[in-house]
Ligand binder design. Structure first.
Ligand code: NAD
Length: 294
């Protein structure tokens, strides 16, 4: 099977390497960042243009920031879909607005090209380990055919419904993660202000009901003051904008999402959007004039 992958950022680069390691060695790649391309090419992939990818690949994968990037790469003037024909498949692994997923799928369907939306959770560590969780929307037979390819990058591959269902599930995931990070930061700040070491709070509560994968990953970063991304604040703002948009269009109130979005926006304005999303803790540090755990 010939595969194309466009988008070799924090996530796409290790995912490309796991595709190669998984035995899918006929891999064409592309990114605006030549250093990222060179790195993946040194592992066995080949650099290619949108035209080469569209004309020759059985399946085209993307791992790009947001809906406009995926639309431009696939449907733009020199977009990949211009060169695709009936029978080829597009799998978008980016986290984008589910409305955009459906629009892209509708455009591709005019050419007989099937699409899955297949965003992931797990972040950079699981992208490197090949243990991401995929949430997938699209036809069952297309899902079944390409599940082995996704299994080279992920440990959990779940079909959630038709096209758009993957990204709807991802938005639900992003709401849970953001609110969980905010709760951990708020709780640790309160504990430290009340005279209890946040590290001991973490050790005491992580095995109980309050414990979570988010707490295990992000509490040590908050306590160490480590804000290296990981998952960038600006990407989480993008996801929650998509979540608010989706929620408003279906009439589902999301007050917690709106609150944490405002904190992320404050972080973007005051601290820069390139920090890890666990830097939400720095908002609480600003409010209380402490450094969590230090
Ligand atoms: P990133 O910003 O590190 O990577 C995006 C890559 O896309 C960059 O290398 C950029 O050069 C490339 N790109 C942008 N426009 C392009 C174009 N027109 N043609 C070719 N390449 C182009 O982002 P990331 O962290 O890898 O995230 C990618 C997607 O995965 C996002 O939708 C994000 O929300 C999602 N995601 C990220 C994480 C995480 O922890 N980083 C976790 C789960 C999901």
């Amino acid at each position: 099977m010939k595969i194309g992958l466009i988008g070799l950022g924090i996530m796409g680069r290790p995912m490309a390497k796991n595709i190669l390691k998984g035995g899918f060695t006929d891999l064409l790649v592309s990114d605006l960042n030549q250093a990222a391309v060179d790195d993946v090419v040194s592992c066995g992939a080949k650099q290619a243009t949108n035209k080469e990818i569209g004309e020759t690949c059985d399946v085209v994968l993307t791992m790009l920031p947001n809906s406009p990037h995926v639309k431009a790469v696939m449907l733009g003037a020199n977009g990949v879909s211009n060169y695709m024909k009936e029978g080829q498949v597009f799998i978008d692994m980016s986290s984008i607005n589910p409305v955009a997923s459906k629009e892209i799928a509708a455009e591709l369907a005019k050419k007989g090209v099937e699409m899955l939306d297949a965003p992931v959770s797990g972040g950079e560590p699981k992208a490197i380990d090949g243990t991401l969780s995929f949430m997938v929307g699209g036809k069952q037979e297309i899902f079944d055919k390409f599940k082995p390819l996704l299994e080279t990058m992920g440990a959990s591959i779940v079909r959630c419904g038709e096209v758009g269902a993957g990204n709807t599930t991802k938005l639900a995931n992003q709401i849970v993660v953001a609110c969980n990070i905010q709760a951990v930061a708020e709780a640790f700040t309160m504990a430290q202000k009340a005279g209890v070491d946040p590290q001991l709070v973490f050790e005491a509560i992580k095995g109980g009901l309050a414990g979570s994968t988010v707490m295990n990953a992000k509490a040590p970063m908050m306590i160490a003051g480590d804000d290296k991304p990981g998952f960038k604040i600006d990407l989480h703002i993008k996801d929650l904008n998509n979540a608010l948009d989706c929620a408003h269009s279906v009439g589902a109130p999301v007050p917690m999402t709106a609150a944490v979005q405002e904190i992320l926006q404050w972080m973007h304005n005051h601290e820069g959007g390139q920090k890890d999303h666990s830097a939400i803790a720095q908002y609480y540090e600003f409010l209380t004039d402490i450094k969590i755990g230090r």
